[in-house]
Design a protein around this ligand. Structure first.
Ligand code: HAM
Length: 411
């Protein structure tokens, strides 16, 4: 019979990779908790409308990449990202009544129907933060600080923080008008995607990857618009203050005026953290401020900012983490005594196994040296003397001790 295979763009995360995933997850909990963030888990599917309204119906995510299905006349979608879901939960659970800032962190799978390639999957995992209730740039700085410190805790220091300000809806409208005017003469030469973005979402023209479009955007009159400071005084002041905080905190960043991000909800601060060693899918983290989203989804007007990181991309940068061995493997011809001691070891917080198949003593010892740090040997003499022999499988040292001493020794 034909074997059923894993779906394109999805992957099994196998036991050998789990130490690495546990490392990323425990560090997230450890670091984000230090900043006062609480974990939230939202459902993996939501009403399609949440993403259409939340992420924006001119975005690639909503237009091309959603896994949408119908059930009982309802249109549902596997979450392509988690900001919209967390905002929904924030509103639905009245979290605006909590004392600000409300800091929520999450981890879990996301789904986007994209062309799979290195660093890009159809099911991938994100770890992220959303901070609600603070409009001041201190929140922007703290969110970026959390991202950088989490990456440091993973041992990833060689990364670049790119920063931009998209302004507010008012100043952005003027920028869009100027950008469209200067690009108009070249419209027919732009790629198909850009031609449709031109009317629907002109800011997205800036992050088109096509070389033909990039050549057009490099023209001096277009560069002049891109590099002109279009943001209003208030937005400029927010951005300046953020940069001052980052400087004071010693966080290095680069201004990237082409950074617009592929989701519609952003205003003011946007940022990405990139690695030089990841090829074309080089962003490990993307985030920004989204001050209108809570209100647009029916909640109280609440400013917010956050980020998400792709865990598969983090994993490929961290490299391997070796699988942890068991602490103890109990070796004995007396199965009943072996099971009792193994269970006692576990109850004392020590990882332990014993042979379930009644293999010969020597075979059990061989197995122990493959899977554990210590063999705990229970021969007839040990059993009658209420003792155990413990063998360090790395150094081959061994000694016989009182049974009750084994728990402290191995803990
Ligand atoms: P995003 O830029 O779409 O932002 O995704 C964040 C990160 O998820 C990316 O930088 C990348 O590391 C990873 N990622 C995205 N798509 C894939 C994929 N197909 N395969 C593997 N990794 C991927 C968001 O999702 C926003 N919700 C971030 C945010 C939170 N903004 C404010 N709060």
């Amino acid at each position: 019979m034909a074997i059923i295979k894993v779906q394109k763009g999805t992957k099994d995360i196998l036991p050998a990779e789990m130490p690495l995933w546990h490392f990323m997850e425990t560090k997230a909990q450890e670091i984000f908790t230090k900043y006062g963030a609480k974990e939230i888990r939202t459902p993996i599917f939501e009403a399609t409308e949440l993403f259409a309204r939340g992420v924006g119906d001119t975005t690639d995510i909503v237009n091309k990449e959603m896994y949408t299905f119908e059930k009982s006349d309802r249109s549902l979608t596997l979450r392509p990202e988690n900001t919209a879901g967390v905002v929904r939960a924030f509103i639905e659970n009245g979290m605006h009544r909590l004392s600000a800032p409300v800091k929520l962190w999450y981890k879990g799978p996301m789904f986007r129907y994209e062309r799979p390639q290195a660093g890009r999957q159809r099911q991938f995992h994100q770890v992220g933060i959303e901070v609600f209730g603070i409009k001041q740039p201190t929140a922007d700085a703290e969110v970026i600080l959390m991202a950088v410190n989490y990456l440091k805790a993973l041992g990833l220091n060689d990364l670049t923080v790119e920063l931009n300000s998209l302004g507010c809806p008012n100043c952005r409208e003027e920028f869009k008008t100027r950008l469209k005017a200067v690009i108009k003469p070249y419209l027919a030469n732009l790629c198909e995607d850009c031609q449709s973005r031109y009317d629907k979402n002109p800011l997205r023209l800036l992050d088109c990857k096509s070389t033909e479009c990039q050549e057009i955007f490099a023209k001096p009159e277009i560069q002049e618009v891109i590099h002109g400071d279009f943001i209003c005084e208030e937005c400029a002041d927010h951005f300046e203050k953020l940069k001052n905080y980052l400087d004071a905190l010693g966080i290095k960043y680069e201004r990237n005026r082409l950074l617009v991000r592929g989701l519609d909800y952003y205003n003011r601060t946007v940022f990405e953290i990139k690695s030089n060693s990841l090829g074309s899918q080089n962003a490990v983290c993307g985030g920004g401020r989204y001050d209108s989203l809570v209100k647009n989804l029916g909640g109280e007007d609440t400013p917010a900012i956050g980020f998400a990181m792709g865990m598969e991309r983090l994993a490929s940068l961290i490299g391997e983490k070796t699988e942890e061995k068991l602490k103890a493997y109990v070796v004995s011809n007396n199965t009943l005594e072996a099971v009792k001691l193994t269970e006692e070891l576990r109850n004392n917080g020590i990882t332990a196994e014993f042979d379930l198949t009644n293999k010969k003593f020597v075979k059990q010892l061989e197995k122990a040296s493959k899977v554990a740090d210590y063999a705990v040997i229970l021969g007839e003499d040990e059993i009658s003397g209420n003792q155990v022999t413990v063998k360090n499988l790395n150094t081959s040292e061994q000694k016989t001790i009182k049974k009750e001493e084994i728990f402290n020794l191995l803990r």
